[in-house]
Ligand binder design. Structure first.
Ligand code: MSP
Length: 512
């Protein structure tokens, strides 16, 4: 059996889940469902990143001890994903004892192998990024990400010999053109690697920070949060036991946004090399969601929260927008207006209307009973089937490239065709002529095949809707006839249920 492993970043617990976290988590969930339907064994990991300055400061700001604080926010992440129907297989916390033990084991291993040394280092430290910046990386003396002036810190620390692995890393990146997708991010990494790499500072003195994993070889230091966090991708598999690591590691697909490219494309692979492990299969990098008002932030009051979106529009509608609107790899704009427009046009009108029209006719003309197909199909019937077969082929090739928006576009193009087929075949007119009743039965049968195909194709993207469609079609939940070829999904006489509104039209933007 083929296997694949999807990971999201483990999210910092200094903020509650928002649109950005939700996007990465939703695409991981979509990919899991998609690959499972293809017959793969899939493992999907998400979780929370709980150590470091940033978190210690957030705990202090909320006047709680770090452990109580991280328990609370991590719990919010987990319950949010549960309530959003995210089918993760394991939720890791970097404060979990098995993770801490694993980090110490790897540190000991690379220390014993001579890849760690003690030295003095002075540099510009950004607390937001939790890392040192070189002077050349700063923009007008400020961190390019946080626009704040970093502190100059000079202290003794432990260093990982990252520079030693630079050539090997360049070779890997060059010899595996799809290791980082889309290509532009690999190019960015290779450009960065043209300059000499510095070694990586992997410790923080306990005089400055206690909230971290103690170094196994010096209790006066805790582990740098990124060194701790990146190892989650392996510690979780180890923890699952059995042969999880051996089984899933070769199919590792990390999903991240461009903000953490460097840590995943440089720190992480060199750490893996030092630990004697093969690199991931793919690092998949998406762009940023931006608001009309600019960057999403608490202070601007424009933070989009997943549970609020679910409440207002339904989880599937929200998922649809995220998957349809962003071209993977590029930035995308989020606005409630654009979301409403998409829901109305694509879900309420196009999909919703087709389903309710077909099911209403099926009830009205045949009391819900599926009629036989004719022995010879009309040209337009075959065209309809072919259009969906083409959409399915396109969907597969787009999914292989993580082009979710194109995959959905392909399905919606077939859906447009199905709506035209209704107009072209005009069952509502034909039914007036009793002699044409068998043709009406056959046309509706083909349209039920459209809905059955949609239930299958849309399942990874819109899981609740797909389930609803199956229920409306009276098809069991356990696979079965959902995968049958066109024309073989229903036996004549099978009972179809009465229509139901899948996506109510949103007349005006509801007020919060
Ligand atoms: N804790 C680190 C990751 C460690 S992984 C070993 C971290 N956490 S984070 O909470 O800041 O999450 C960053 C990730 O959240 C991004 O890479 C992306 O997956 C998601 N997003 C957060 N804001 C985003 C947008 N505005 N747009 C898209 N996704 C972004 O970094």
């Amino acid at each position: 059996m083929e296997r694949i492993y999807f990971t999201t970043p483990i999210y910092y617990v200094n903020a509650e889940p928002h649109l950005g976290h939700t996007y990465t988590t939703v695409i991981a969930d979509t990919l899991k469902r998609y690959y499972q339907a293809l017959g793969y064994e899939v493992f999907f990991l998400t979780g929370t990143d709980e150590h470091g300055d940033k978190i210690a400061q957030a705990a202090q700001a909320s006047a709680t001890d770090p452990k109580t604080y991280v328990d609370r926010i991590s719990g919010i992440f987990r319950s949010t994903w549960d309530r959003c129907g995210i089918a993760y297989d394991h939720f890791i916390r970097t404060t979990d004892p098995y993770h801490k033990e694993y980090v110490q084991r790897i540190l000991r291993k690379i220390y014993d192998a001579g890849d760690v040394y003690f030295g003095e280092y002075g540099g510009f430290y950004c607390y937001g990024c939790e890392r040192f910046y070189t002077e050349r990386e700063l923009v007008d003396g400020k961190c390019p990400d946080h626009q704040t002036a970093p502190d100059y810190i000079s202290e003794k620390n432990y260093f990982f010999r990252m520079a030693k692995y630079q050539e090997r890393l360049i070779d890997e990146m060059k010899s595996r053109p799809d290791i980082i997708r889309p290509e532009r991010y690999r190019a960015e990494v290779l450009a960065f690697l043209r300059e000499p790499l510095e070694d990586l500072c992997i410790s923080r003195p306990t005089t400055r920070l206690q909230w971290g994993i103690p170094l196994p070889f010096d209790s006066n230091y805790v582990t740098y949060v990124w060194f701790d966090a990146l190892l989650n991708y392996v510690s979780a598999l180890e923890y699952r036991g059995g042969d999880s690591l051996v089984k899933f590691w070769p199919g590792t697909n990390h999903l991240i946004a461009k903000d953490i490219l460097k840590t995943h494309a440089i720190y992480w692979p060199t750490m893996l090399m030092a630990a004697g492990m093969p690199l991931y299969q793919h690092l998949n990098v998406h762009g940023y969601w931006v608001m009309d008002s600019g960057k999403m932030s608490k202070s601007l009051g424009n933070v989009i929260r997943p549970l609020e979106m679910k409440e207002r529009f339904g989880m599937d509608a929200f998922r649809y927008f995220l998957l349809r609107e962003m071209a993977f790899g590029q930035d995308a704009k989020f606005s409630v207006e654009a979301l409403v427009t998409r829901i109305n046009a694509d879900l309420a009108n196009n999909l919703g209307n087709l389903v309710s029209r077909v099911l209403a006719m099926q009830q009205k003309y045949f009391a819900g009973e599926v009629q036989p197909l004719s022995a010879a199909w009309a040209a337009e019937d075959m065209e309809l089937r072919d259009k969906f077969a083409q959409a399915e082929r396109e969907l597969h090739s787009y999914m292989a490239e993580l082009q979710f928006h194109r995959a959905l576009e392909a399905v919606w193009s077939a859906l447009d065709h199905a709506n035209r087929y209704v107009v072209q075949t005009a069952p509502f007119t034909l039914i007036k002529d009793p002699a044409k009743q068998p043709r009406v039965g056959a046309v509706l049968h083909h349209l039920l095949e459209v809905i059955r195909t949609l239930a299958r194709l849309l399942a990874p993207f819109l899981p609740d809707t797909a389930k609803e469609l199956r229920a409306l079609l009276g098809l069991a939940d356990d696979g079965g006839s959902i995968n049958a070829p066109w024309g073989q999904g229903f036996t004549p006489g099978h009972k179809i249920n009465a229509p139901k509104v899948l996506f109510p039209r949103i007349e005006s933007e509801p007020k919060k």
